[in-house]
Design a protein around this ligand. Structure first.
Ligand code: FRU
Length: 537
């Protein structure tokens, strides 16, 4: 044994927690509110039980997919599927928020309301630099949103069509194009979620859009008239559910001059741990067709709660920054939160790597999140073994970032245990387990005994994820009251999971099953909350 058991009793490194908990218990009435309450009537304290403190959540009521993500003149826009009259899915609007750093958000008024053509489903937004659409001027390019209008009548072919709206005041107000819809597909029952980008080589706009069980690719010179170029994926990838929310973008393969194109495709059900999930394909794109270079199924995230994510258009540093909706259609409508439902994932930078004859899309937290870090505590290097756990007690553990590093060099006797477990718990005995089965080379998240789970049979299932390599382990975790996001080895593996403890976690225990693990060290930061609660005009 190189080190004795370390028991690090809790210092007050997140004193703000006490203030939070008081608020959380002073306003229990939020939980009793019925649906269909008007937006203004609900408590908007951002201190309700389970409310994330540094993730984007709607101020109140229902949210699903991120939409229209575009950067323009120093501002990141985030629109989102929103029903402002209820905490369950309903007539879809585009809610709107703006950030200068992708971390702190300000709410703006609803950008798009349903109209005679239907609900406003998911879509994207671009800066039309050359005013190809004619909605702005050469000096003042318009922002153009391309979204799905979903007819209110019976489901029939053509009931989902694509429409446009534009803004000439930096996204503050939006005008729907009078010629809507601009694209109808009478052959598809589902035809939605257009993601549009400018393709410099062919000097055209390209749209990827889901059409039932495949993606269709269209092109346009003006965002108004669209031509079908190709179809992708009917016999490729995972098809356990309807295809939704595609994205297509080019990335440099790290450490080379090569670039490849990545297609993201979300599927409503049939994910690796059940329900909704997002897969990706790596390939080549010439402006007309996307040709994958590999077959097989690749998951962007193995947790149950990262869906319908896409990337920002026009990122100022040309990075691919992604945000997903942190829920799963299996239980999204019944998770125990009031007066809002759902959060987005933290923003993640996507990168492409190539090793062992395989391309891999990795996703890791964006650098800007470091600005939220408050006080930290370090846990020194030590051997973890039966009877030699690491214990941390602190009231700030539910709003924190963690980096744990483990030695994976077998010749030094490290990682000899059957498994390694990082466990968060509270006074009620509720426990969340993040485990690594060394024997199976698999990570898992077990939230079955971590608080409220009874609202859906699909919620407590243990989530598993394979790790492709063996060796040193870096486990990066973001915890925010009702979610855990795990990034192993700089994003080689991502797992995102909701969790609803009835009280915050205040105890962390790291232990092994059958054998030893050498922890090289760990650091824990309390993270600051991001909210200022105003709605801007
Ligand atoms: C994905 C999705 C999209 C659709 C939207 C409706 O979660 O089903 O395909 O546009 O949600 O809210």
């Amino acid at each position: 044994m190189r080190n004795q058991k370390k028991n690090i009793a809790g210092g007050n490194w997140m004193g703000g927690w006490i203030v939070f908990s008081l608020f959380a218990f002073v306003f229990p009435s939020c939980a009793q509110k019925e649906k269909n309450i008007a937006h203004q009537e609900v408590s908007l304290t951002h201190q309700e039980q389970h409310r994330p403190q540094y993730h984007f959540t709607p101020q109140a009521m229902w949210m699903n997919d991120p939409n229209g993500m575009v950067y323009y003149q120093g501002e990141y826009h985030l629109f989102y599927q929103h029903y402002p009259d209820s905490t369950v899915w309903g007539p879809m609007h585009w809610g709107h928020a703006i950030s200068k750093d992708l971390v702190h958000w300000e709410y703006y008024p609803i950008a798009l309301y349903p109209d005679s053509l239907g609900y406003i489903f998911s879509g994207s937004a671009v800066v039309d630099w050359d005013n190809t659409s004619g909605f702005g001027s050469a000096d003042a390019p318009p922002l153009v949103a391309i979204f799905t209008h979903r007819h209110l009548g019976n489901k029939k072919r053509g009931f989902e069509s694509q429409s446009l709206a534009y803004s000439i005041d930096k996204g503050r107000s939006w005008v729907k194009y009078e010629g809507n819809p601009v694209l109808v597909d009478e052959n598809s029952l589902g035809f939605r979620d257009p993601k549009v980008f400018w393709h410099e080589e062919t000097k055209k706009w390209v749209m990827v859009i889901s059409a039932e069980d495949q993606v269709k690719l269209f092109s346009s010179e003006n965002l108004i008239d669209w031509t079908l170029e190709s179809e992708f994926g009917r016999n490729l990838g995972a098809h356990g559910g309807v295809w939704e929310c595609p994205d297509l973008f080019e990335l440099v393969v790290e450490g080379s001059d090569e670039t490849k194109w990545v297609m993201l495709v979300s599927i409503g059900s049939g994910g690796p741990n059940g329900g909704s999930a997002t897969q990706y394909f790596v390939g080549d794109f010439d402006g007309t067709s996307f040709i994958p270079v590999e077959s097989g199924i690749n998951w962007l995230d193995y947790g149950k709660d990262n869906y319908a994510g896409v990337t920002w258009y026009n990122h100022p540093d040309n990075l691919r920054v992604y945000v997903g909706w942190m829920s799963n259609w299996q239980y999204a409508n019944v998770v125990p939160t009031h007066p809002w439902r759902s959060a987005m994932t933290i923003p993640r930078q996507l990168r492409l790597q190539y090793s062992n004859n395989q391309y891999k899309l990795v996703s890791a937290p964006i650098a800007e999140l470091k600005n939220l870090r408050g006080d930290s505590r370090k846990i020194p290097s030590q051997i973890i073994a039966t009877g030699h756990d690491v214990l941390v007690e602190d009231q700030g553990l539910s709003q924190a970032e963690y980096i744990f590093e483990f030695d994976g060099q077998a010749n030094q006797g490290a990682l000899t245990a059957d498994s390694l477990v990082i466990e968060w718990s509270n006074r009620l005995g509720e426990k969340l387990e993040l485990g690594y089965s060394i024997v199976n080379n698999q990570f898992y998240i077990n939230r079955a005994r971590a608080g409220a789970v009874g609202f859906s049979d699909e919620f407590p299932v243990v989530q598993h994820a394979p790790l492709n390599n063996r060796g040193d382990l870096k486990v990066h975790v973001f915890m925010d009251w009702s979610s855990i996001e795990v990034f192993v080895n700089d994003g080689a593996l991502a797992m995102t999971s909701l969790v609803f403890p009835n009280e915050p976690f205040d105890r962390l225990r790291i232990f092994t099953v059958q054998g030893e693990v050498e922890m090289k060290g760990a650091e824990i930061w309390g993270l600051k909350a991001i909210w200022s609660n105003e709605v801007r005009d």
